[in-house]
Design a protein around this ligand. Structure first.
Ligand SMILES: *Cc1c(COP(=O)(O)O)cnc(C)c1O
Length: 436
């Protein structure tokens, strides 16, 4: 469920009219719905409540605005972080270090030291060398570092190749065959405390069985390690997908038309949190441990939109282009992983007429597009549209490529909208630069 809908022909986020908001803050701009974020979190937590001892660690790399972190900290969420900078932001936003897990294959000594001193819940270790490094940093600080090993279950979860992580060919985690030996090594290092085991099979996964399959493949190992080293938690990672097609109209039981890897049109049902929970709860309960979840996209994906204005129209013999003021530097998902976003006019056009267009940005790259050969309502310069479901991996992946200032972010709560990040200025673009 989300809080974007048309009321009398204009698109609203909760009680805020997006066209009016766009007139006030300008475009392009990101807008997030508090209600949607909160309800996604609560609904997932409720679905998982039969597990009892559990912690939802929001994977903040999906959307790290302080206001979003603050909102989720108030809900009781923990955080899955992937850098020292992310921990710094969690603490600034009122989150607790002892509810943070630290993932990532390339933690530096400085980041490990900082996270250790702040008292994080667990380092999720991705290699044997990292294990030695954490032990060395902890020894120097005179502290004990809590760790979990990320184990790669070699499960094939259907998703885009750039966001699949649970196969043995990926750079993430330690293989099942090596895991027991790595735990032996960890147990022998005096400045480590074994706390758990973590896995994460990929992102934007729309079917529940791969998650249960991963738990099933890891269960014998987890039970063995629990007996030997006293594990306290198991983390199943994140990766629950959202529906990008039909983002506005779709309810929970909605279907969307996608195409499978062979290019065949298929119908895929959204993975509801209850369906995910129904599949994983039994195998997870059998572990008899505290269970951690690391959802990112599921919490914020459908809670955000990117507002943009039409600048120009342009036709070639084969294409009609609609050029908008947002670019791939602002939202890179289409260019990076062939991500799909519905595009909805902020004011519904009077005519039902459709035309086939490419919606493109101003950046000097052919990959700078938001839609190709898509049937859209006829748009004219000055019209504004929303790129739907842009709340996850949107602003956080943006850059100033082409010297384009970073966008503002606005958080809506009921009838109120708050500017939670200012639009960068041209002066901001040169801050820190100097002439020799
Ligand atoms: C990226 C990531 C997540 C979140 O993935 P989503 O698909 O956004 O849910 C969770 N855990 C780890 C270790 C990650 O790298």
């Amino acid at each position: 469920m989300h809080s974007f809908r048309y009321v009398d022909g204009s698109l609203k986020c909760e009680g805020v009219d997006l066209n009016t908001l766009a007139s006030e803050v300008g475009t392009p701009a990101y807008v997030y719905s508090s209600e949607t974020i909160r309800s996604n979190y609560r609904r997932l937590d409720l679905a998982l409540s039969p597990l009892g001892d559990r912690m939802i660690c929001y994977a903040m790399k999906a959307n790290g605005n302080l206001s979003v972190l603050n909102l989720l900290a108030k809900e009781g969420a923990g955080f899955d972080i992937v850098s020292g900078g992310e921990l710094f932001k969690v603490l600034k936003a009122g989150g607790r270090a002892d509810r943070c897990t630290f993932a990532g294959v390339g933690k530096t000594a400085g980041e490990i030291d900082y996270a250790l001193r702040q008292g994080i819940y667990s380092f999720n270790v991705e290699s044997e060398e990292e294990l030695e490094m954490i032990n060395a940093v902890a020894a120097k600080a005179g502290l004990i570092a809590p760790i979990a090993v990320r184990v790669n279950p070699d499960v094939d979860a259907p998703t885009h190749k750039y966001i699949s992580t649970g196969k043995s060919k990926n750079k993430f985690g330690i293989g099942l065959d090596r895991a027991a030996a790595v735990y032996e090594r960890a147990a022998s290092l005096p400045h480590l405390k074994i706390r758990g085991l973590q896995t994460h099979i990929g992102s934007q996964i729309l079917k529940a069985p791969p998650f249960a399959e991963a738990v099933g493949k890891l269960t014998p190992l987890v039970l063995e390690l629990k007996a030997k080293h006293g594990l306290e938690f198991f983390s199943i990672g994140g990766g629950v997908g959202i529906v990008y097609h039909g983002a506005l109209s779709s309810g929970d039981s909605a279907w969307w038309k996608g195409s499978d890897e062979n290019g065949v049109e298929t119908k895929v049902e959204r993975l509801a949190p209850e369906a995910y929970a129904a599949e994983v709860i039994e195998p997870l309960r059998a572990l008899g441990l505290r269970i951690l979840f690391e959802p990112g996209r599921f919490i914020v994906g459908n809670a955000g939109v990117l507002l943009t204005s039409v600048l120009y129209r342009k036709s070639t013999p084969t294409k009609n282009f609609v050029i908008v003021d947002a670019g791939m530097n602002d939202l890179i998902r289409p260019a990076l992983y062939e991500g799909y976003h519905e595009i909805e006019p902020l004011l519904q056009p009077p005519s039902e007429q459709l035309e086939k267009v490419d919606v493109v940005g101003p950046v000097c790259e052919s990959g700078d597009f938001f839609a190709q050969d898509r049937e859209m309502p006829v748009l004219a310069p000055g019209d504004r549209v929303a790129l739907m479901s842009s709340g996850a991996y949107g602003f956080v992946m943006s850059s100033t490529y082409n010297a384009r200032p970073l966008l503002p972010e606005i958080l809506v709560e009921g009838e109120t909208s708050t500017l939670v990040r200012e639009r960068q200025s041209w002066e901001d673009l040169i801050r820190g630069e100097r002439l020799p």
